[in-house]
Design a protein around this ligand. Structure first.
Ligand SMILES: CC(C)(COP(=O)(O)OP(=O)(O)OC[C@H]1O[C@@H](n2cnc3c(N)ncnc32)[C@H](O)[C@@H]1OP(=O)(O)O)[C@@H](O)C(=O)NCCC(=O)NCCS
Length: 286
């Protein structure tokens, strides 16, 4: 236990590529599965679309945070880590406040983050600094399969109006409070008509007569980030997702769904199983 650490003795500065060895040392066992931070570090250190900050005490790195600037003056907070021996000394709070100051300078109006439902420490730290829970998500997993699915096709520009109307009437919109997983990287953002139009243009949207889904393809994962429509067509789309996973050489497809009973019903009908029972999305005005 380190005694006597106060906010006054913590120095905050920009993180750099050179810091990676120290970061690797204290993040290798952040979670039961390790940590993705060392993999992301160099990109974050170089990026102009965000700020990477580290906290130091006596020139030793004891914590870090990354804030990413998205479009529409939204910011995304990620990679909040405090060295195990320096926790509960206000270091995360100092880093989060420094990230807020940075995002405000960039004229961001809102900042969001995702944390696990079991992460009590993180929830305490964020609530204390004015964050409120916006939405809860769960993740379902479907195995790739070769079955053909009829009546599902890639969306075209002319489908935008119908898709937008389906979204507006959807229980998913109410349950998510319009904050949905983004199509690039592990972050959430507000679904706007422009973003949906971009997804259609980017061939990420699949439609059934009364439903649509958005797909996200990343190095490690293949995800349904949004699924909207009647139960019948939503299930068809989820099944088509399993077929698309097979075509793209993936073992599984994941569906990030609002944590409500409807999602479970749809997942069961499409033979998807629960993979993660709690992702909480928090937000704070800046
Ligand atoms: C979550 C984490 C960043 C908090 O860092 P920290 O420097 O210990 O946080 P702070 O000292 O600034 O504490 C902020 C508030 O949270 C509370 N808190 C911190 N850890 C806590 C815990 N384990 N249990 C309950 N409350 C806790 C503090 O008491 C404080 O509230 P208070 O002022 O009312 O006392 C740190 O535990 C960590 O690195 N965890 C592993 C990585 C992680 O989970 N990151 C977040 C992913 S979203």
């Amino acid at each position: 236990m380190i005694r006597g650490v106060t906010a006054g003795s913590i120095q905050i500065r920009r993180g750099a590529s050179d810091d990676l060895p120290q970061i690797r040392e204290f993040t290798h066992n952040t979670f039961s599965w390790g940590d993705y931070l060392p993999r992301a570090w160099n990109d974050w250190a170089r990026s102009k679309r965000g700020a990477l900050l580290v906290a130091e005490i006596n020139h030793k790195i004891v914590g870090t945070i990354h804030v990413r600037y998205l479009e529409h003056r939204e910011a995304w907070l990620e990679g909040v880590r405090v060295h195990q021996e320096y926790r509960q000394r206000g270091i995360a709070s100092t880093l989060i406040q420094a990230a807020h100051a940075d995002a405000k300078k960039k004229k961001c109006r809102v900042i969001r983050l995702e944390t696990g439902a079991h992460n009590v420490a993180a929830q305490h730290a964020f609530k204390k600094l004015g964050y409120r829970r916006r939405a809860a998500y769960v993740v379902f997993k479907g195995a790739a399969c070769a079955e053909e699915t009829n009546q599902v096709r890639l969306a075209q520009a002319r489908d935008l109006q119908v898709c937008w109307a389906l979204w507006q009437q959807s229980w998913v919109r109410r349950a998510s409070k319009t904050i949905v997983p983004a199509v690039y990287g592990w972050r959430w953002w507000e679904l706007t008509r422009t973003r949906l139009a971009n997804d259609i243009r980017g061939k990420r949207v699949w439609v059934a007569p009364r439903g649509f889904m958005i797909l996200r393809e990343m190095d490690r994962d293949f995800d349904v980030t949004l699924l909207v429509g009647t139960k019948r067509d939503a299930v068809k789309l989820l099944q088509a997702g399993r077929m698309l996973a097979q075509q793209r050489g993936r073992e599984d497809i994941y569906w990030l769904a609002p944590a409500v009973a409807h999602s479970k019903e749809w997942a069961d009908a499409a033979e998807y199983t629960l993979d993660d029972d709690g992702l909480l999305v928090y937000a704070r005005e800046l």
